[in-house]
Design a protein around this ligand. Sequence first.
Ligand SMILES: [Zn+2]
Length: 357
Amino acid sequence: MPYLNITEVESGVTSLAAAFPTAGLVELPEPTFEGRTCHALRIGTHRREPKPAVVLIGGAHAREWGSCEILVNFAADLLHAHADGTGLVYGGTSFTSTQVSSVLDEADLIVFPLVNPDGRHYSQTVDPMWRRNRNPARSGGDPDAVGVDLNRNYDHLFDFRTAFHPSAPVRVSDNPADSDQVYQGPEPFSEVETRNVRWLLDHFSRTRWFVDVHSYTQKMLYVWGDDQNQSVDPAKNFRNPLFDGKRGLKDDQLYAEFIEEDDADDSAVLAERFCEALKGVRGKEYTPEPAFDLYPTCGTSDDYLYARHIVSGQEEEKILTFTVEWGTEFQPPWPEMKKVVLDVDAGLVQFCLTALA
Ligand SMILES: [Zn+2]
């Protein structure tokens, strides 16, 4: 089986929802620019008492093809194993049937494998290295200026020219024709795809963990992405205008982003457990680290969603957030991608078990 096209991703989601009583179909509210309606899966056994949720999304960046396969297979593996009363074996990493049941009993898993179907379709049929969505609104008729980088379109330090130090190498652009394809859009949540993700998190308000699946660099990233983490000076935070123009530099004294020590510790442990289980499959070494260590960012899903409880002041709404960067290229040959799917899915099952423990 080669990579799934967008019709096959969609039928993968709908057929799992139809086949298993422990799965349901969630329709996202806004169709894409090209008119496609998106679906997510809700997985979990029915319980009288409310359960926490884990939200996993993928396919935001069009060219990172395997993210959809990773999430469709993750859902299928758990559903089949639970229905058959078996465990799961991923190479040298395995999980018992009791562990599989505990994930479905103790949480709702919300799996949204294809956030950006228009972009994936374009990447798979026209331009393999396409990253953005296909919204032409700001292109001015220039085909190279179509689309927005969805993982720069969330509402976190969106005004990067104000927030960051002029020398910070922040990976974002306000130019629709930016050659790195990191155009952020005209304002936060200008795009239907990011609004769909926000809706999913609003709708499943008991979400406590979030994973956004991307490629590549073999990393499991956690907050923050705008600067290095520190847990000693709460005043140094993304909402404080005193630190505008100072963010985004490495190993400086100007600024580092505040995170509560418990959250930093819990995030690191979840990322480490993910990487350990992944390594057990066939020995691949992924690195758990704060997102800033890859490069400074703003407007990303992980920073936005972790920051929501700070902005709202509702500690009980806190979501620990992560970004997987699988593999060493965007579109590995399919035989290798099949192995990457097993690697990452083992990591994700362990991630859920660790989160719910
Ligand atoms: Zn990506």
